[in-house]
Design a protein around this ligand. Sequence first.
Ligand SMILES: *[C@@H]1O[C@H](CO)[C@@H](O)[C@H](O)[C@H]1NC(C)=O
Ligand SMILES: *[C@@H]1O[C@H](CO)[C@@H](O)[C@H](O)[C@H]1NC(C)=O
Ligand SMILES: *[C@@H]1O[C@H](CO)[C@@H](O)[C@H](O)[C@H]1NC(C)=O
Ligand SMILES: *[C@@H]1O[C@H](CO)[C@@H](O)[C@H](O)[C@H]1NC(C)=O
Length: 383
Amino acid sequence: MYRALKKDWKGKLKVQQVKNPKLYTSMKWILILLIILLALVILAFVVVFIVFPLVFMNSIGVQRFFVFWNIDVPKNPVFQNPKQYGFYGISNFYISSEKYINSSELISLGAYWVPNEKYKDSNETMDEILAKNEFPVVLYNHGVASTRILQVDYGYATLRKMFHVIAIDYRDFGDSTPAELTEEGVVLDVVHTYNLMKTKTQADIYIWGHSLGGGISTHAVKWLKKHQNEIPAGLIIESSFTCFQDEVYAFPLGKVFSWLPWFEWCVIDPLHRNGFIFNTSSNAEDADCPIMIFHAEDDNVIPFSLGEKNYHQIKSTRKPRQGEVFFYPFAASKRYQHIGCLQDPDAPSYILQFIETCTTWTRTYDSLHSNHSDSSMVFQNVK
Ligand SMILES: *[C@@H]1O[C@H](CO)[C@@H](O)[C@H](O)[C@H]1NC(C)=O
Ligand SMILES: *[C@@H]1O[C@H](CO)[C@@H](O)[C@H](O)[C@H]1NC(C)=O
Ligand SMILES: *[C@@H]1O[C@H](CO)[C@@H](O)[C@H](O)[C@H]1NC(C)=O
Ligand SMILES: *[C@@H]1O[C@H](CO)[C@@H](O)[C@H](O)[C@H]1NC(C)=O
């Protein structure tokens, strides 16, 4: 049957060749084009699904960029002159961090001092204002594809209503020293910022992390407790994830690749091996301070489901002595997506409520610690 058909096809072709040579030539070209097209498709498949995963797997530089996206946003930023962007009463300064833990090699981090609104027009220095201990301080830790300039509109304008804000660029972001980006390194940058603020004020210090910054902040809180027995007044996790691995699967690019049988071997395992973990949910187990989580339901970068899952995981491991965890979802109809939660008209009241909780909690925590009582018993009464 097959042979017969083939003969028939060949026979027809011969007839056509004689009858219509033009048609034969154009068919030949169509066939050649089809073969080229097929070759291109195969090549694209090999590059996208085989070469790229292999390159990713073997290059820590590619992985690092994929994790941190440390590009300049906005383009060609001018950090020294915040006024250029229309930002008022903000000053630029630099903080020292260590290249590695316990190393003598120092690096410099670009930072913004965003004093509380009350001091917007003040001619007093940061140190003078901080020494008054008048407002709590919040360390704002940004996410990927960002610099400390980006949040001035949304973020700091809201936060400076109740805090003094300190916003840094981690190593290799913005105009900070281009040292190697590692999870431990960026955590160290937050730790050094926290320690510096501790020397300048006795007011409460909060740590706020947006997106990947939420993972970094939570890890920093764990680090401070483990190495310095130091606990901030409160931790805020905005639009972040449970752990980086979950985000890789949830991110559109990850979704494209994750059906590959070698995805775990080429992408997930190397990220783990190289220490890019950012396990917010498990690091939060060591955070002995109240936690507040913000997430927009229409987040298009880190899905709402990850923020919600993070909340439930943290809540499930909380011990009464650690303080409460609060979750504020923002309706999709508000269109805050990934970076807009702080625009919400209710955000200031959520934050003030949280500060109130943390202040009460800090006082109770301190008194319990100074009395050496069994804190887990008493803390059940603190709400
Ligand atoms: C750093 O050094 C100090 C004293 O030299 C030591 O107690 C501490 O454990 C070290 N920290 C780390 C993280 O290695
Ligand atoms: C700061 O401003 C006040 C007036 O608002 C002025 O009296 C004072 O001299 C200024 N101080 C400095 C150091 O410029
Ligand atoms: C992150 O921590 C959670 C809770 O401890 C754990 O279940 C999960 O396996 C961890 N994920 C990774 C990728 O380590
Ligand atoms: C701890 O001591 C403070 C005074 O220093 C006291 O007010 C407080 O009630 C004590 N707390 C407990 C649990 O004994």
